[in-house]
Design a protein around this ligand. Structure first.
Ligand SMILES: C[S@@+](CC[C@H](N)C(=O)[O-])C[C@H]1O[C@@H](n2cnc3c(N)ncnc32)[C@H](O)[C@@H]1O
Length: 368
């Protein structure tokens, strides 16, 4: 099968990178799988010129102030090949790190975030890109209406760098972290009605046990839920530090990790409906990718990665077979090609310099 891919447009600067991008582009177009060796070679050529900041007039020193260093930059560049003329939907704009990377290579970017504060900062950061950069506020789950709002139907790439940003995590007022005292909030979108405080004070023991187990993979889920139920009999639980004390008293500390880590992760996932939103979005993303368009998703825990992996496998299998069928049948859902079958993980160097990258996994699919 031949898939059409948008013609590679010339990139005047950074000839090494251009060649690498074209090579990767060709391998996508030819449906060859890109090998680990190719990936390493690309990482090397990327490292030798570094993240581009040349187009937007920001000096290097100023870049360092920004709160989010984009994760797996080389790998994202390799996957998205963001040459001029391409249009990319960055569904998780955050600090604008990835968007800047894509913009500086010449692509047009539609940056989306549900967090008004993130959007404001990224907008100011990337202002110098003018019309090349558009922003929309909302949940990427509503990709249909968000793209319609800017008059776009199909894009050449969709990027999702899932989870919360370090800025959100490090702001005590957002209530995401067990490391600081703050209001029990955890909403990525402050317009949403449901917060961590509602969950902790209103949900039944059964409901809490389920999410602590499913979303936090917490072995002591029931104990933690019972402890919360008992504590709230004395009055509402309003602060992150109260929740930390309650669950830490019943979950044994077995490693360096704070015993409340998994409970906090579970509550955050539930408050923001993260897994459900991801499932819905994967299906929708296919409708908005042009043929040859690339879907790149960075996940940070196994629950998310499993969803992405199963979706990509299901949609990239041309034929289905079952013992009761006389012969394999065409898969009606077949519409993706996986240039790299396994998840791509960050280089050792990146993990050393940015511990947050440790659990990151990138999966890439190309629309047929
Ligand atoms: C890990 S950060 C992204 C960082 C960004 N890639 C960068 O380089 O600066 C994730 C961002 O995505 C946003 N986000 C997470 N889930 C979202 C969703 N379903 N819809 C819209 N934004 C979302 C969060 O508010 C956060 O700002």
């Amino acid at each position: 099968m031949i898939i059409s891919i948008k013609p590679w447009l010339e990139l005047e600067q950074k000839p090494d990178l251009t060649q690498s991008l074209m090579r990767v582009g060709e391998s996508f177009a030819g449906l060859e799988l890109s090998s680990d060796a190719e990936l390493d070679e690309f990482r090397m050529s990327y490292r030798s010129y570094g993240p581009s900041a040349s187009n937007n007039g920001l000096e290097q020193g100023k870049r360092m102030e920004f709160y989010h260093q984009p994760i797996m930059s080389a790998e994202i560049l390799m996957a998205m090949a963001p040459v001029r003329g391409k249009q990319i939907f960055d569904g998780t704009l955050g600090g604008g790190g990835h968007s800047e990377l894509l913009l500086s290579e010449g692509a047009h970017v539609i940056g989306c975030d549900q967090d008004g504060d993130a959007l404001k900062h990224a907008k100011a950061r990337l202002e110098s890109y003018g019309d090349q950069f558009l922003t929309v506020r909302g949940n990427f789950e509503s990709m249909d209406s968000l793209l319609a709002r800017v008059g776009v139907e199909e894009v050449d790439g969709i990027l999702l760098d899932l989870g919360v940003s370090s800025k959100q995590l490090d702001n005590p007022e957002r209530g995401f972290s067990f490391r600081f005292d703050g209001p029990l909030d955890m909403r990525m979108d402050d317009r949403a009605e449901f917060s961590a405080r509602d969950l902790v004070n209103d949900w039944s023991v059964d409901e809490m046990t389920r999410i602590f187990r499913e979303y936090g993979e917490e072995r002591h889920a029931f104990r933690a839920a019972k402890a919360i139920e008992k504590a709230r009999e004395k009055g509402a639980i309003n602060r992150t530090s109260e929740l930390v004390d309650i669950v830490s008293a019943v979950i044994p500390k077995v490693s360096k990790k704070n015993p409340a880590t998994r409970v906090f992760q579970a509550i955050r996932i539930a408050v923001n409906r993260e897994l459900e939103v991801l499932e819905n979005t994967l299906e929708k993303s296919i409708n908005h990718l042009a043929p040859g368009g690339v879907l790149s998703i960075i996940t940070f825990h196994s629950l998310e990665d499993r969803i992405v992996k199963h979706f990509m496998r299901r949609r990239s299998t041309p034929f289905l077979d079952r013992p009761e069928w006389p012969e394999p049948r065409e898969n009606p859902e077949y519409c993706l090609q996986l240039p790299h079958r396994r998840a791509i993980v960050p280089s050792k160097e990146e993990v050393e310099s940015n511990p947050r990258a440790r659990s990151a996994k990138l999966r890439v699919a190309v629309k047929l």
